[in-house]
Design a protein around this ligand. Structure first.
Ligand SMILES: Nc1ncnc2c1ncn2[C@@H]1O[C@H](COP(=O)(O)OP(=O)(O)O)[C@@H](O)[C@H]1O
Ligand SMILES: O=C(CO)[C@@H](O)[C@H](O)COP(=O)(O)O
Length: 464
């Protein structure tokens, strides 16, 4: 059996899978945690990867490897290739004012959307470069190279034996790469940080970019959402919804999107096409926080939520506990609305927490659908997609048929699939493990209307 490995270096943890290159069946896996916080040393990810792969049996016999990584994080290196400072992650909001400045300097939101397909928000790397220049000018001055989290790990895997590389998918989230021409926009790097920087070479998706010291072939890797898309395959009319630290919803497209409000990010996928995507900052951790408040574990939290009626008897949980990216409310905080003496129950609160994070993504899907093609089906992935309540409530909040897969590490498996592609020269035909299809009932469709209207109104009234 030919073995390949895939790595998911995401916000909260690193997961490594080893799979059969022909079928994609996972034969071994490992994981380790990442430090908390929105600024993290890139070396902590490397240490976590080494911890996850410490058992020599894990990677024994593996012929190729690739990394899928959390998007956008700014990793800066000086002229000696030493880290300048901790990486600023996609969920660090400090560069929100820098996003506003950069939008204005290029001529407004519509102009960014026209030129790059993405309107910068604090998540996007280009705004972090500007933040560095504004807040830490000495660090900006020292910076010679900028790369993304997956680029750094890929480079570390090779032991520095090749120049840094990236791929078109992850590069498309930097705010200084044009995925239509497949060229970097060095002018935007200069606009942001004040001087030009070395940027990783954009490798082809099926390229072997180097080897580990043990001789394992290294594929270019990609962003975590692009790797997830590679594992799940995005069918026509389908949106994938990933419920991890971030909530994301994305579809597949043959052309770049130019959505001028910035709700849809015009990213590229890992195969040469496009991956229009909507991302929220408040997702699985809101559920964790609510479960902690209710003093229940995630299993009991799920049961509690399912014991409440759809709509949580009017309890409305505005989910912006960490500010928000979509809609762009970086300074917002959450609110609990519509509280009455009778509806303030643990069950309704659990249900409202789930309805709210799913509603944010349902709202994003409506905008995605307007920009691309009608969305007729939603596939759930990511940690919180394992919750039975999330699965059941998704049909009501999204108002669409929901596909739920068996628990599987889609990002790591997608990275492994890219590794198999680079190794064999052919993108292998791996099966997606579907568990079940949930058709929305008439009651779900009614709940969908009610929840959409209630949350839309609350957003307009309380956050505009
Ligand atoms: N059964 C569950 N119910 C709700 N949340 C869950 C469940 N299982 C895992 N999670 C949450 O999923 C998150 C991890 O998902 P993951 O997709 O691995 O995130 P990331 O890729 O951002 O690190 C954690 O916040 C965890 O609490
Ligand atoms: O910023 C985005 C997408 O634009 C996030 O989706 C990050 O890529 C982090 O992903 P997770 O760690 O939540 O999977």
């Amino acid at each position: 059996m030919t073995l390949v490995a895939g790595v998911d270096s995401s916000t909260q943890s690193v997961k490594v899978v080893v799979a059969d290159a022909e079928t994609g069946a996972v034969v071994r896996s490992g994981r380790a945690s990442h430090p908390d916080g929105t600024e993290v040393s890139a070396d902590a990810w490397w240490r976590a990867y080494r911890e996850a792969t410490a058992d020599p049996a894990l990677l024994a016999g593996v012929e190729a490897i690739a990394v899928g990584g959390q998007q956008h994080g700014m990793v800066t290196l000086d002229e000696n290739d030493t880290l300048v400072r901790d990486a600023m992650l996609w969920n660090d909001n400090k560069s929100a004012p820098d996003a506003v400045d950069l939008i204005e300097e290029l001529g407004g939101r519509a102009e960014w959307a026209r030129q790059l397909g993405t309107v910068p928000v604090a998540s996007v790397t280009v705004t972090k470069l500007r933040w560095l220049r504004r807040v830490e000018p000495a660090n900006a001055e020292r910076t010679r190279t900028v790369m993304l989290p997956h680029d750094y790990l890929t480079w570390k895997l090779g032991g520095g034996s090749f120049d840094p590389v990236t791929d078109r998918g992850d590069a498309s989230g930097t705010g200084y790469f044009d995925a239509t021409t497949n060229r970097y926009r060095h002018d935007l790097v200069e606009l942001a940080i004040g001087h030009d920087l070395n940027l990783p070479r954009v490798a082809a998706p099926d390229e072997i970019v180097g080897r580990t010291p043990d001789g394992i072939a290294i594929a270019p890797g990609t962003g975590d959402n692009m790797a997830g898309a590679l594992a799940l395959g995005v069918g026509s009319g389908e949106a994938i919804v990933s419920l991890g630290t971030s909530g994301t919803a994305y579809t597949r497209a043959d052309r770049q999107s130019h959505e001028p409000t910035g709700t849809v990010c015009g990213f590229a996928d890992a195969t040469g096409r496009f991956l229009p995507l909507v991302c929220t900052l408040n997702c699985a951790r809101n559920l964790e926080a609510t479960a902690a408040l209710l003093r229940v574990d995630l299993t009991d939290f799920s049961a509690l939520a399912m014991s409440a009626p759809a709509g949580a008897e009017g309890l409305t949980f505005m989910p912006y506990l960490e500010g928000e990216r979509t809609p762009p409310l970086p300074q917002a905080t959450g609110e609990l609305l519509g509280i009455t003496r009778s509806n303030l129950t643990p069950a309704n609160l659990a249900r409202a927490a789930i309805e709210s994070v799913l509603w944010s993504l349902a709202y994003g899907i409506e905008v995605l659908a307007e920009q691309t093609t009608p969305v007729t089906r939603v596939t759930l992935t990511g940690g919180a997609a394992q919750s039975p309540a999330v699965q059941a409530i998704a049909a009501a909040v999204m108002g669409r048929p929901i596909t739920v897969t068996e628990p599987f590490e889609s990002v790591a498996v997608g990275a492994a699939r890219q590794a198999a592609w680079a190794l064999t020269g052919q993108l292998p035909d791996w099966k997606v493990p579907v568990t079940r299809e949930i058709e929305p009932t008439a009651a779900d469709l009614e709940a969908h209307q009610l929840i959409s209207e209630r949350y839309r109104t609350a957003l307009q009234q309380h956050y505009s």
